[in-house]
Design a protein around this ligand. Structure first.
Ligand SMILES: Cc1cc2nc3c(=O)[nH]c(=O)nc-3n(C[C@H](O)[C@H](O)[C@H](O)COP(=O)(O)OP(=O)(O)OC[C@H]3O[C@@H](n4cnc5c(N)ncnc54)[C@H](O)[C@@H]3O)c2cc1C
Length: 412
């Protein structure tokens, strides 16, 4: 019998995980990307946190009052590229609407629903590939100073309400866990069950190679057009024509170009983020440490100490900002002594919807097209579970989950 043929556009962590779960169900899968997987994209340069606890979204009432101070501070996480602000106004207006307590709790509930399943879903993929030395189980620590304590209290309360596992830390406990961090902190929280990647790009590549080893096909195309043969999606290159039974769009922050062509106005935009490495400094901490007041984190990785952060609203075209790199250097030096010159400046694009829920599910207008994008700060953590959900949707199996909150229909 002819196998059902699935195309996936985008071979980031979302595309590759969907491909692997679809292969498990016996489908023939063809994965397309304009780049070679494992390099450059958000799935390469992220902070490497597998963070199942992180259900509290950025659409919160208290964030709105904090934004002006964040924008004025050179040490803060938030930045704007003014040439892009007019284009982003519709997104900002939708974001402001999402910042009510009710909408925040809706996002938190449905992020928790999938975050809670994120690590077990990865276990199903990780048991098939050799990731020796690439995933650490030392938990993740967040610290803060004595500013904005009301926001910290709110976060702790919500996590308690939705049942996320958290262990509050006093100054001594923080020092015991991470003795090299300067004592600028007032308190913190430890997520014991969280893990981190020692090299996200390498893990992504190993999963991709596993897909190919199992008979999956990869084609390096930049896809700008989608056509249909009756209701079957068609992708054309200069020399070939592929007809699929089903198609998945998983292009991260770039997905909107394709969904617009499917006549769906999904308000996807990007939060630009940066990383730098301090080579040979990964031994300074034993686990990822996030300093909440300045919205940045440090992760010990194979490449050295990766310092990651910034939410910069500036679209997909603007060049990287030197100011944001400087912000990361200064912030890292605020927490650690003796750091050398940094290396490897990287800019990446978080795919973000204004209500901070991803889009996972069928297209509004084309029943054989599915979406998996918009996972914002949590797309690395949510790769496997999103892929598993997509594979169940495509094979018409019950997930026992409430999936309507992730549908693109919420933007109609
Ligand atoms: C600074 C930073 C830190 C982060 N830290 C974390 C973290 O610690 N934990 C966490 O869970 N998440 C984190 N994230 C978020 C996470 O990295 C992303 O949400 C996730 O990687 C998105 O995966 P993706 O597969 O959707 O997109 P991507 O990784 O961007 O992949 C999309 C792929 O689609 C391809 N593509 C795009 N358009 C086309 C086209 N037209 N034709 C063909 N191919 C196309 C691209 O080349 C790319 O390979 C972070 C993100 C950033 C930027």
């Amino acid at each position: 019998m002819k196998k059902i043929r699935i195309g996936i556009i985008g071979a980031g962590i979302q595309g590759v995980c969907s491909a692997l779960f679809l292969q498990k169900k016996g489908y023939e899968v063809i994965l397309f990307d304009r780049e070679d997987p494992g390099k450059q994209a958000a799935s390469y340069g992220n902070a490497g946190h597998f963070s199942p606890y992180a259900s509290i979204p950025l659409n919160r009432p208290d964030i709105l009052t904090d934004i002006p101070a964040m924008l004025l501070s050179s040490t803060g996480p938030l930045a704007l590229r003014w040439n892009y602000v007019p284009k982003m106004i519709p997104w900002f207006l939708k974001f402001i609407k999402s910042c009510t307590t009710k909408n925040m709790m809706h996002t938190a509930k449905y992020m928790h629903q999938i975050l809670d399943l994120a690590l077990p879903a990865y276990d199903e993929l990780f048991e098939e590939v050799d990731l020796t030395g690439l995933v650490e189980n030392n938990g993740i620590m967040y610290i803060w100073n004595d500013q904005n304590l009301k926001s910290r209290e709110l976060e702790i309360k919500i996590r308690d309400e939705i049942g996320a596992d958290q262990q509050l830390l006093n100054k001594k406990e923080i020092h015991d866990l991470e003795p090299n961090i300067k004592k600028i902190y007032h308190g913190g929280v430890f997520y014991k069950q969280a893990k981190h990647a020692k090299n996200p790009g390498k893990i992504w590549l190993r999963l991709f190679e596993h897909f190919k080893k199992q008979g999956g096909t990869f084609l390096k195309f930049n896809i700008n057009e989608l056509n249909f043969d009756e209701d079957k999606p068609v992708i054309r290159s200069e020399t070939q024509r592929f007809v699929f039974d089903k198609l998945v769009i998983a292009c991260g922050a770039f997905s909107k170009k394709l969904t617009d062509k499917l006549h769906e106005n999904i308000p996807l935009d990007t939060e630009r983020g940066y990383h730098i490495h301090f080579k040979g400094c990964d031994h300074l901490i034993s686990r990822p440490v996030v300093f909440q007041n300045r919205g940045f984190g440090m992760t010990p990785m194979e490449q050295g100490l990766r310092v990651v952060g910034t939410v910069e609203f500036g679209g997909l075209q603007n060049p990287p900002s030197k100011g944001r790199i400087k912000n990361l250097i200064n912030n890292a030096k605020y927490l650690l002594d003796g750091l050398p010159e940094h290396e490897d400046e990287w800019l990446g694009f978080r795919p973000t919807l204004p209500d901070y829920l991803p889009v996972i599910g069928p297209s509004k207008n084309y029943k054989n097209v599915f979406y998996s994008f918009g996972h914002h700060h949590l797309g690395w953590t949510l790769g496997a579970i999103s892929g598993k959900i997509i594979s169940r949707m495509i094979s018409n199996e019950n997930t026992n989950l409430e999936l309507s909150p992730y549908s693109s229909l919420r933007f109609k």
